[in-house]
Ligand binder design. Structure first.
Ligand SMILES: Nc1ncnc2c1ncn2[C@@H]1O[C@H](COP(=O)(O)OP(=O)(O)O)[C@@H](O)[C@H]1O
Ligand SMILES: O=P(O)(O)OC[C@H]1O[C@](O)(COP(=O)(O)O)[C@@H](O)[C@@H]1O
Ligand SMILES: [Mg+2]
Length: 378
């Protein structure tokens, strides 16, 4: 009797903040899965939302054509959590619903493209028995166990270009221009763009700053005849006082025992972070008072996440996507596909989920910044 084997059926989604290279990764996975391995592919809409609501579209060769260079994600995205899904203002555990949808659609695997939050969602679905593979995207570069993430290189280009551009206006007006750069709790993007753009001072969350130190660097420049300065400020950077408050709030979260205590501590941490949100404007006022130089703030914001991915991100996203399809073909699941050197390695999701990769204070980039005379605010 002739045996009929149905093609492997795979779902894919993008979740978390959008990031240049998401479409390149969808294409990299899809072309390999469909063209090379003969699999079927469906794309869930708007991240975990589409997974819960079972909203998806068929992805074929035509749907994947022409998206390599396109910014954002053709599938849409959201920051929904699978275990605390908001329904009528209430948080519900939707893992069983997702399992049901996965089974009803006859899926053999689910590919989740996302950052730290997505790694945690992926881990929850792995624990519920689904065959999941995660690909690391984020402009923040803060995912553990991978050399880098797609989106980071493009965002670095954009932020570097911004720093280049504020230089001439800072110079013309004899001003201090503070350029606030994204990165959530990590300083990778600010550090990379700050070095590449030749910022005079770089402030990152991993190194608490004092206004006195930043002002001293600026005054030393004035003494050398430069009556302007450019400061690259990470959105998560803090002065020593704010850093102490933040650390205390973080410790509370870590030491909380009951679920209620954890929730209360997390709410307190969110409040502390909220209070510190305007820190770049405060620093601008403090520097103006300390140096006598007029100060201005430029917040780069979502410009850093938009538009076409650079070549390095297209290359990274394509090779990670293709490697994910190889894993599906080999029936190896529960992994994040990490970039390691020029290759890729599958890393168990348990070694990634819940971890954040911050800039080590002995990192070579920090050493190089110091060596060329850049102030780090400490
Ligand atoms: N007068 C200026 N006008 C515009 N850009 C400048 C000026 N001086 C320096 N830059 C830019 O600032 C960045 C860092 O320059 P750098 O050589 O470190 O200057 P400095 O020694 O004055 O700090 C470079 O991108 C450089 O092109
Ligand atoms: O898009 P939102 O919800 O405003 O969030 C902003 C955050 O998203 C990011 O741009 C990227 O975050 P993820 O890639 O981890 O989702 C951070 O740099 C920033 O702190
Ligand atoms: Mg993140």
């Amino acid at each position: 009797m002739a045996s009929t084997t149905r093609p492997t059926r795979v779902g894919i989604l993008t979740a978390g903040g959008d990031s240049p290279g998401l479409n390149a990764a969808i294409r990299g996975f899809g072309k390999t899965a469909i063209g090379h391995y003969g699999m079927e592919l469906i794309g869930f809409r708007d991240g975990v939302t589409g997974l819960v609501e079972n909203r998806y579209e068929q992805l074929d060769g035509k749907a994947l054509s022409g998206i390599l260079t396109v910014g954002g994600t053709i599938l849409g995205t959201s920051r929904d959590k699978v275990h605390r899904y908001q329904v009528d203002g209430e948080a519900r555990d939707m893992v069983p619903v997702v399992v049901e949808n996965y089974e009803r659609e006859g899926l053999d695997a689910l590919i989740m493209l996302g950052g730290g939050g997505t790694a945690k969602n992926a881990m929850r679905l792995v624990n519920a028995g689904l065959n999941v593979i995660h690909l690391p995207k984020t402009i923040d570069n803060d995912i553990a166990m991978t050399d880098t993430t797609f989106g980071f290189a493009t965002a670095t280009e954009i932020a570097t270009d911004a720093i280049d551009r504020v230089h001439s206006t800072a110079h013309s007006h004899h001003r201090i221009i503070l350029t606030e750069i994204m990165g959530h709790r990590a300083g990778w993007l600010t550090l990379a763009a700050g070095i590449a753009g030749g910022a005079d001072i770089i402030l990152i969350p991993e190194i608490a700053y004092t206004v006195e130190s930043v002002a001293a660097t600026i005054k030393a420049r004035t003494a050398r005849g430069s009556t302007f300065s450019v400061v690259a400020v990470a959105e998560g950077a803090r002065d020593v006082n704010d850093a102490a408050d933040y650390e205390a709030a973080t410790l509370l979260v870590k030491s909380a025992k009951s679920p209620e205590a954890v929730r209360a501590a997390k709410a307190h941490l969110a409040h502390v972070e909220d209070q510190q949100r305007e820190h770049t404007f405060r620093l601008a006022r403090e520097l103006e008072a300390a140096t006598g130089l007029e100060s201005r703030v430029t917040i780069l914001g979502y410009v850093q996440r938009g538009g076409t991915p650079c070549a390095a991100d297209r290359l990274l996203a394509t090779r990670l996507g293709a490697a994910a399809a190889d894993l599906v073909a080999r029936k190896e699941f529960g992994f994040m596909v990490a970039a390691r050197g020029e290759g890729t390695v599958p890393v168990p999701l348990s070694e990634v989920a819940g971890k954040v990769k911050l800039v080590p204070t002995d990192h070579a980039w920090i050493a190089a910044a110091r060596q060329v005379g850049t102030g780090l605010g400490d």
